[in-house]
Design a protein around this ligand. Structure first.
Ligand code: GLP
Length: 264
């Protein structure tokens, strides 16, 4: 596990964009796992900027989003589908057929739908690089606390904390969704490489538990300790409760010296 500490949100976004751009330049047909949420807005802005400057080509890349609210059609302004198109896809040259986002409008046969999403990930050769945010309760995707660490793409009931956190994106009279379709923790752990971004003080406790706490279904992101190639990219406020910061810094310096490929 690599823990990269940056000063602020801006530096986290820049570094994340550089890492993703480097991966796409190395492998133009990269399959990216993508996340939504306010943490990702700045990252997508940076990637769009690199694309517009002519230094990043998405024409062969494919993407799979982690999750979508159940009951929201793609056109709903609060759907993750809408978020992705507005913040990212409509500004880059990705081919529409290579974009995959769980369909929040499915009404029955949920298991069959979720199995088909898993199947399309497999058919694409698996996810090369999975980008993650983290919820205040340690969720990744919408894998709320007590999610099975072996879970696959499925329907998930959202926790009260998540519903409250996301209510700000909905109108005062609008009810925010109670359920979502999300890749499972098992699905996420199959990605070849994982990059988790966290910024701001509200994430500090979840980040510390995920990196330094025990592996537990009470903190879904702690399952990332089981993955051989995870990078946590954090700003200072999000890293505030980590106890081994000096060690992470030394690991980073030695990695840059001995295996610089891991950082590009
Ligand atoms: C949502 C998404 C997660 C995201 C998290 C954090 O619930 N399902 O994938 O990581 O919220 O969001 P934010 O970046 O807005 O704090």
């Amino acid at each position: 596990m690599l823990v990269i500490l940056k000063r602020d949100n801006q530096e986290v976004n820049e570094q994340a964009a550089q890492l993703i751009a480097g991966a796409i330049r190395k492998n133009p047909s990269l399959t990216l796992g993508l996340a939504t949420g306010s943490t990702m807005v700045g990252l997508y802005r940076h990637l769009v900027r690199l694309h517009q400057a002519g230094s990043l080509d998405f024409s062969q890349a494919a993407t799979f989003n982690l999750d979508e609210y159940l009951g929201l059609p793609a056109s709903h302004p609060q759907s993750f589908n809408h978020f992705m198109h507005e913040n990212f896809f409509r500004h880059i040259n990705i081919q529409p057929r290579n974009i995959h986002i769980p369909d929040g409008s499915v009404r029955r046969d949920y298991d069959a739908y979720c199995a088909s999403y898993e199947q399309s990930i497999r058919a694409a050769g698996g996810i090369d690089l999975q980008i993650l945010g983290i919820g205040r309760n340690g969720h990744i995707g919408f894998n709320e606390p007590t999610s099975s660490l072996a879970s696959r793409t499925r329907l998930k009931v959202l926790s009260r904390e998540t519903i409250d956190d996301n209510a700000k994106f909905f109108g005062p009279r609008e009810e925010s969704p109670r359920c979502a379709i999300t890749m499972g923790i098992g699905t996420i752990l199959e990605a070849r490489k994982i990059l988790l971004l966290a910024t701001g003080p509200p994430k500090a406790a979840a980040v510390a538990k995920s990196i330094e706490g025990p592996i537990t279904c009470a903190v879904s992101a702690s399952a990332l300790q089981l993955h051989p190639d995870v990078t946590f990219l954090l700003d200072e406020p999000a890293a505030a409760q980590l106890t081994q910061r000096e060690y992470y810094q030394r690991v980073l310096e030695m990695t840059a010296l001995l295996t610089p490929d891991r950082l590009s």
